[in-house]
Unconditional design. Structure first.
Length: 119
């Protein structure tokens, strides 16, 4: 009997599979975000911005990189709506657009730690 229930549930899931998959436009947006996450400098910027809003100069100093390099990376992150900016006095400060971004990073970090503890 349990095998029959499995088969019925499996067939039901298989029937719903196509309609439950994200459409190509959403998948493309997701893939582009993961591509952005795949760059070490952008990952460092995301971790830094998870702590506090920062200006380009502050990020550059923190990461020991040039301001132009940081500006280029921020432009990519901003284009994907992963960071936003606001003028504060003479400086523009960048911050994460929302907490989902750092949640993805923290879950990935937890996954790595969990895998390391399995050995």
């Amino acid at each position: 009997m349990p095998e029959q229930n499995f088969e019925m549930e499996h067939q039901k899931a298989l029937h719903n599979l196509k309609k439950n998959l994200p459409d190509n436009e959403d998948l493309e947006a997701m893939v582009n975000i993961f591509k952005a996450f795949g760059d070490m400098t952008r990952a460092k910027i995301i971790f830094a911005l998870a702590e506090t809003p920062l200006s380009v100069g502050e990020i550059a100093d923190t990461l020991d990189m040039s301001q132009s390099s940081i500006s280029h990376q921020l432009s990519i992150l901003k284009g994907l709506n992963l960071v936003s900016n606001a003028r504060r006095g003479r400086n523009i400060h960048y911050r994460l657009s929302d907490q989902h971004i750092i949640t993805i990073f923290k879950q990935t970090q937890d996954h790595i730690i969990e895998d390391e503890n399995d050995f």
